[in-house]
Design a protein around this ligand. Structure first.
Ligand code: TTP
Ligand code: MG
Length: 384
């Protein structure tokens, strides 16, 4: 029993309530504004009583709870608070795997001699978050990540749940299958059709049946339903930038062709960002001239992104402003990286559209390979 999962309670909303006493004890939602068809990023527990929840259109939230105070998302602030929370974790173990701004796994196996058992450390962390940051967190402790995460979710908010190995099966049995890692809506629906609603019922299914029905995934369901999970806590490997460049066979003087290349590079870089669950706040254009002189120029993005569109447009602006063709090499690099949840808080209509299209294309690419589809302007080039 050495894995701790910590998850902040109503994170964005709690930070706002902490910083403005007038908001304490009242329903608050943080997210996009209703006029621009924004959605709820999160709601305070007071607002949740009215049914307000994450990813719901803000307009719907206001219908459910007319007294709702709506606040815009202040990522900059939450990121700072998140860093302070992670710093507290770091004072107990270097084995920390942040999952998002407000949650992380800690492996405290090596630090028990120094700080005491996982329970003692978990309690200390919860107390320090309260005292030093005036925020509440829920803590789950278990023999592995699967159990620790379910435990932290078990008695939110301000929960503290410890599941020793010999209690794992009893703990899991009554939980709905939808709580379990790796069970999405589709798997849940298909389990539901055969009358399987709880993890206990899932456990009763023969392994051969599960593998027949779900393939490789069936084996995972078999193991998880028994509380077995061997995934290690993987400490953050800090990625500072994601980039891609191309050296041309011959020097290129045609701006149109350079722009097309930028688009291709932007598509690839954006895809890598999305795969790594990262968003970028700045675009760096790299140009190498025939005499090998190297020039880099940077533009900050108004909003962190993982979409090809904004990355391409920033790179193309830099190209128009600074590039004197012919060119030997072009590169696009995204910097100022931050992990962020994939949710549309964009107020910009064009970005909302691009995000939807991108998600659909990613699905196709996952299935049929990277080349199945290309942006329209790239196809044009192929046809030419
Ligand atoms: P969560 O930990 O899922 O939610 P929470 O901390 O607000 O509430 P809980 O007490 O249930 O843990 O997510 C952390 C933050 O991530 C949340 O405060 C806002 C953001 N977020 C989104 O932007 N969109 C989403 O769909 C979700 C679920 C969260
Ligand atoms: Mg949370």
């Amino acid at each position: 029993m050495h894995i701790i999962h910590v998850d902040m309670d109503a994170f964005f909303a709690s930070v706002e309530q902490r910083d403005n006493p007038a908001l304490q004890g009242v329903p608050v939602a943080v997210g996009g504004l209703p006029e621009s068809r924004g959605v709820v990023a999160t709601a305070s527990y007071e607002a949740r009583k009215y049914g307000v929840k994450s990813a719901m259109p803000m307009a719907t939230a206001l219908k459910l709870c007319p007294d709702l105070t709506v606040l815009p998302v202040n990522y900059h602030k939450y990121r700072k608070v998140s860093e302070a929370v992670m710093d507290i974790f770091r004072s107990y173990t270097p084995l920390i795997e942040p999952i998002s701004l407000d949650e992380a796994f800690l492996d405290v196996r090596g630090s028990e001699k120094l700080f005491g058992s996982a329970e003692v450390t978990g309690e200390a962390i919860q107390k320090r978050i309260k005292e030093e940051l005036q925020l509440s967190a829920s803590v789950g402790i278990g023999p592995n990540k699967l159990i620790a995460k379910l435990a932290s979710d078990f008695q939110k908010p301000n929960g503290f749940t410890v599941i020793p190995r010999d209690k794992v099966l009893d703990f899991l049995a009554p939980l709905p299958v939808t709580k379990m890692w790796g069970i999405g809506e589709k798997t849940a629906a298909s389990l539901n059709r055969i009358g399987v609603k709880t993890i206990g019922q899932l456990r009763d299914l023969p392994p051969a049946f599960l593998e027949g029905k779900f393939g490789k995934h069936g084996k995972i369901l078999y193991e998880y339903s028994r509380g077995e999970d061997s995934r290690p806590v993987e400490p953050e490997r800090e990625v500072k930038s994601v980039g891609k460049e191309v050296t041309f066979a011959g020097d290129i003087g045609d701006m149109e062709e350079l722009r097309r290349t930028l688009q291709e590079l932007a598509e690839k870089v954006a895809r890598r960002l999305r795969r790594a669950n990262l968003k970028s706040g700045s675009v760096i254009l790299k140009i190498k001239y025939p005499d090998f002189q190297l020039v880099t120029r940077t533009e900050s993005l108004p909003e962190p992104t993982d979409l090809a569109g904004p990355i391409y447009r920033a790179a193309a602006r830099l190209l128009a402003k600074y590039c004197k063709p012919p060119v030997r090499l072009l590169g696009v690099t995204c910097g100022k990286l931050a992990g962020e949840r994939q949710i549309t808080l964009f107020r910009d209509e064009q970005l909302v559209r691009e995000e939807k299209i991108t998600a659909a294309l990613d699905k196709l690419r996952d299935r049929y390979g990277e080349d199945v589809i290309k942006a329209a302007s790239l196809l044009k080039k192929d046809r030419q």
